[in-house]
Design a protein around this ligand. Structure first.
Ligand code: SF4
Length: 382
């Protein structure tokens, strides 16, 4: 049986953060209707996954932890009744401090959730306020400790850098604080000023963001700090204790199959890529009518998939396995890319490995530039 990942989007947030451009709304009154619609959509895929075993489920958002234990249970019951879910499946829910309590956490465990991803972002209450997060560091700490008490043995903590006004010292203090709590996984993302957000529209915010040089230093010293503490980097933005890498997200970076449910969710399944429009009203009105909900729906060519495989593979610390690339795409990786990679190999932004190539830490810092230089999207996608 082929393996399959399932992503479920929960597009609700208590309050929209000023930097965020993910699809979510603040109107909690639509939650019940949304959960109904989600359950219908999941069930309508019942016949699609008969040759697959689901080994990861990721409930993301938005803020999935606004859902009650009962609502989370209904969604996961729909997944189990529609797909064959492995007993060892990794089942993650994203959660925000300030939306968790003991009975909810206990119901989530009961529903089968065995991994939590908690959005801390910063342990500095001033930075949290500036980001317009709904929680304080103290809220986070009590959520984290409650989750441990309820038996969650696999917890990720999200941390952000390159925040307006953030210094290398406040970032180091956040990481020290997080690592002292001993989570299994840390996601470490740089703030991006997205144009359609209050942050993106505010020139004062842009002026306060640390310079590129400082951001590079922040990234390199944070990566070292985490690795020194036993959090091994396995992807540009992700660090984990041994064996605790996020299996679901690894599927995306390895171009494996996944099905997404809910508005804005993406799927790669049966050789087809599709996504749904970010429109909760339409979704609630016709959750089983995929055609009406599609934003994109196409079969990528082998060349397009090969380009994507390289783009995503270079995000991973293990990098590209050239033999796997050749077996998958019937294409010689060295012949296609070596000439273009040469300057980056010389400067050690790209390193040769036993099985292929990977980016060095410095290479990861400029991964977008490197990929834009070595992948000629038009030519490579022909
Ligand atoms: S809680 Fe997360 S998804 Fe919601 S607005 Fe804030 S950053 Fe975006």
């Amino acid at each position: 049986m082929d393996k399959l990942g399932i992503y479920i989007h929960i597009p609700f947030c208590v309050r929209k953060c000023a930097y965020c451009d993910f699809y979510s709304i603040e109107d909690m009154d639509r939650r019940t209707a949304y959960v109904e619609a989600l359950v219908s959509q999941i069930r309508s895929f019942r016949s699609m996954g008969t040759r697959h075993v689901v080994d990861s489920v990721y409930i993301g958002g938005g803020t999935p932890s606004v859902l009650s234990g009962e609502e989370m249970g209904r969604i996961l019951a729909a997944v189990r009744s529609s797909f064959s879910v492995s007993r060892e499946a990794e089942i993650t829910a994203e959660a925000n401090p300030g939306t968790l309590d003991t009975s909810k956490l206990s119901a989530y465990r009961e529903a089968g959730i065995n991994r939590l991803s908690i959005g801390l972002q910063s342990a500095d209450n001033g930075e949290l306020k500036m980001l317009s997060r709904i929680h304080t560091r103290e809220d986070f700490e009590s959520s984290f400790l409650l989750a441990r008490l309820e038996g969650f043995e696999n917890i990720n903590v999200d941390v952000m850098y390159a925040l307006p006004g953030q210094s290398e010292d406040t970032l180091a203090a956040t990481l020290d604080y997080v690592m002292a709590l001993e989570p299994e996984h840390i996601s470490f993302y740089g703030l991006k000023l997205e144009p359609d957000t209050p942050f993106g529209r505010d020139p004062g915010i842009a002026a306060d963001v640390p310079s590129e040089d400082v951001q590079y230093e922040m990234y390199l010293s944070a990566a070292k700090k985490m690795e020194d503490a036993g959090f091994m980097q396995y992807e540009i933005s992700n660090f984990a204790k041994l064996g605790m890498e996020c299996r679901h997200n690894l599927k995306y970076w390895s171009c494996e199959e996944y099905l997404g449910f809910g508005p804005g969710a993406y799927s790669f399944f049966g050789g087809r890529m599709f996504s749904y429009a970010k429109d909760i009203t339409r979704f609630i009105a016709m959750p089983e009518d995929s055609v009406a909900l599609f934003e994109e729906n196409y079969i990528p060519t082998d060349k397009e998939l090969a380009v994507q495989y390289v783009m995503l593979g270079f995000r991973l610390k293990r990098g590209i396995d050239t033999a796997e690339y050749e077996a998958r795409f019937d294409d010689d990786f060295d012949m296609r890319y070596q000439e273009k990679m040469k300057p980056f190999l010389l400067k050690k932004y790209i390193l040769k490995t036993k099985s292929g190539y990977r980016l060095s830490k410095r290479g990861m810092l400029i991964s977008n530039y490197i990929l834009s230089e070595i992948l000629d999207f038009k030519e490579d996608a022909e």
